[in-house]
Design a protein around this ligand. Structure first.
Ligand SMILES: Nc1ncnc2c1ncn2[C@@H]1O[C@H](COP(=O)(O)OP(=O)(O)OP(=O)(O)O)[C@@H](O)[C@H]1O
Ligand SMILES: [Mg+2]
Length: 422
C-alpha cells in the first residue's frame, strides 16, 4: 500500500501565559480569534501578558506513517494533542519542528467546520470546498443534492453560513467533507455536536466512506464509535504517541490507563484523610447485578459501590451517616448519595464489614469518574473522610433505552424528561 501521510519528528510549540489558568480556554479562544491574533496579543512588547509567557509543547517527537485506506482513530485525554495533530495535517497551523508529507486531497472537519467561509452562503461554500478538493463544477453538481439532503439545510442554502445555528453549520460541514470524495478524510469529534439522530447518521456515513477504501483519521472520545470505524489506533498522551497499533488494543489501554492509579492506591495505608479513625475505609469495589467486580460501568445498569471498612472502636456504632460522592474528570461533584437523605443511616458492626451503596439505573454519561467517602457519627464526629478512593470508566450502555448516549462532553448526569407541546 502507498504511504499517503508521513510525519517525522513533528512538534508544535505554543506560547502560553500564566494569567490564563486553563490552557483549554486558550484553545477555544484560538478557534474563534485565530492563532496569529492570539500569539500577537500574547507577545506584544510591554503588555502585561508578555511578562508571563512561556513555551509549551502541545506535541513533540511525533512520528507515524499512514497508508492508503488506513482507518485511524486518534485518542487521548483532553489536551493530549489530538486536535493539534489534525490542524497540522490540515495545514491550519504550521509545525514548530519536524515535517509532514501528504499525498492526496484532504477534507478536514475540525471543531468548527474550519473549511467554511462565513460570508458565503451554504451553496457557495459547497462549491468552494469542492473546488479546493480539485473537483470540477459538474462533479460537485452531481453531489450537490445529496449534500443538501444529508445536511437538512435546504431552506437556508442561500443564507450566509455565519447566520447558521451551530447545529446547521456542523451538519453542512460534515456533509460537505464526507460527500465530496476527498482521498483523505479528517474528522474531529463531530459526533459530539449534532443531536442524537445526526450523530447516528454521521457515524453511518463515516462507515460508508471507510468502506469505500478511503483514508480516514478520526478523533473521538466515543470509544465504541472509534472501535467500529477504525482498524488502527494512535494513543496520545501529553503530546507524545505512546501507542500505535490495532484499535482494540489501543482503546483498552486508554481505558485501563485511568485504572492504574486506582490499583496503586492502598486505601488502608493512605494518610491523606480526615476523621477520628474509629472507622477506616480500607477497600473499595464496584459489583454488578451478578455480584462480580467490574472495572468498566455502563449507563443505565445497576451497581453496588462496595466500601470495606475496619471498625477500630471495636463496638457497634449505631446511626452512622455515610456519604458517597461521585466526581467527574474535571473534579466537579456530579452525584451525592447520603444515608440520611433517605433515612438509611447504618449500624456498623463491631468487627470489620462492608457498606453497599446500591445505585440502580446508573445515570452517568460516558467518562472517567472518581469517588469520595465521608462517614459521620452522631452528626458531629467525622469517623473517616477520604477522597479519590477509586477511578472508574463509564463506557457505553443504554440509559434512555433509545441507544442515545446523551452528550457526555456537555453533561455528565443523565435523566429522562417527559416532553409535550401545548
Ligand atoms: N493556540 C494555542 N495556544 C496555546 N495552547 C494551545 C493552543 N492550541 C492548543 N493548545 C494547548 O495544546 C494542548 C493540546 O491541545 P489539543 O487541542 O490538541 O488537545 P486535544 O487532544 O484535542 O484535547 P480535547 O480532547 O480536549 O479536544 C492543550 O494543552 C491545549 O490547551
Ligand atoms: Mg480536540
Amino acid at each position: 500500500m502507498n504511504t499517503v501521510i508521513r510525519v517525522e519528528n513533528l512538534g508544535k510549540k505554543y506560547l502560553i501565559s500564566h494569567q490564563r489558568s486553563e490552557r483549554y480556554v486558550a484553545l477555544r479562544d484560538v478557534i474563534t480569534e485565530g492563532t496569529k491574533k492570539i500569539v500577537k496579543r500574547m507577545v506584544r512588547p510591554g503588555s502585561a501578558l508578555s511578562q508571563t509567557k512561556e513555551e509549551f509543547w502541545a506535541l513533540r517527537n511525533v512520528d507515524f506513517e499512514i497508508k492508503e485506506g488506513d482507518r485511524v482513530g486518534i485518542i487521548g485525554r483532553n489536551g493530549a494533542g489530538k486536535t493539534t495533530i489534525l490542524k497540522l495535517l490540515s495545514r491550519i497551523t504550521e509545525p514548530s519542528e519536524g515535517r509532514i508529507v501528504i499525498k492526496g486531497r484532504i477534507a478536514s472537519l475540525l471543531e468548527v467546520g474550519t473549511g467554511f467561509h462565513p460570508e458565503l452562503t451554504g451553496r457557495e461554500n459547497i462549491f468552494l470546498n469542492g473546488a479546493i478538493l480539485g473537483m470540477s463544477k459538474s462533479e460537485i453538481k452531481r453531489k450537490f443534492d445529496e449534500i443538501v439532503d444529508f445536511a437538512e439545510v435546504e431552506k437556508f442554502l442561500d443564507t450566509p453560513v455565519k447566520r447558521y445555528s451551530s447545529g446547521m453549520y456542523v451538519r453542512l460541514a460534515f456533509a460537505v467533507a464526507s460527500h465530496l470524495e476527498p482521498e483523505i478524510l479528517i474528522v474531529d469529534e463531530v459526533l459530539a455536536v449534532g443531536d442524537a439522530k445526526f450523530q447516528k447518521k454521521s457515524l453511518d456515513k463515516m462507515e460508508d466512506v471507510s468502506r469505500e477504501g478511503r483514508t480516514v483519521l478520526f478523533v473521538s472520545h466515543n470509544m465504541p464509535a472509534i472501535e467500529s470505524l477504525c482498524s488502527r489506533g494512535i494513543l496520545l498522551d501529553e503530546g507524545n504517541v505512546i501507542l500505535d497499533t490495532d484499535v482494540n488494543t489501543v482503546v483498552r489501554s486508554y481505558l485501563e490507563k485511568a485504572m492504574t492509579d486506582y490499583k496503586k492506591i492502598d486505601l488502608e495505608r493512605r494518610v491523606d484523610r480526615h476523621g477520628s479513625g474509629k472507622i477506616r475505609v480500607i477497600g473499595f469495589r464496584v459489583l454488578n447485578d451478578d455480584n462480580n467486580e467490574v472495572k468498566f460501568l455502563q449507563s443505565g445498569k445497576n451497581y453496588c459501590f462496595e466500601i470495606r471498612y475496619k471498625n477500630n472502636a471495636k463496638k457497634i456504632l449505631k446511626n452512622v451517616e455515610v456519604s458517597f460522592d461521585i466526581y467527574d474528570e474535571k473534579n466537579s461533584r456530579v452525584l451525592l448519595f447520603r444515608t440520611n437523605f433517605t433515612n438509611d443511616n447504618l449500624d456498623l458492626d463491631s468487627s470489620d464489614g462492608k457498606i453497599c451503596c446500591k445505585v440502580n439505573n446508573l445515570p452517568l454519561a460516558n467518562g472517567i469518574y472518581h469517588f469520595s467517602v465521608f462517614i459521620v457519627y452522631e452528626e458531629l464526629e467525622v469517623l473517616d473522610y477520604i477522597t479519590e478512593i477509586a477511578y472508574i470508566t463509564v463506557d457505553g450502555g443504554d440509559f434512555f433505552g433509545t441507544g442515545s448516549l446523551g452528550l457526555p462532553s456537555h453533561c455528565k448526569v443523565l435523566h429522562k424528561a417527559e416532553w409535550y407541546a401545548e
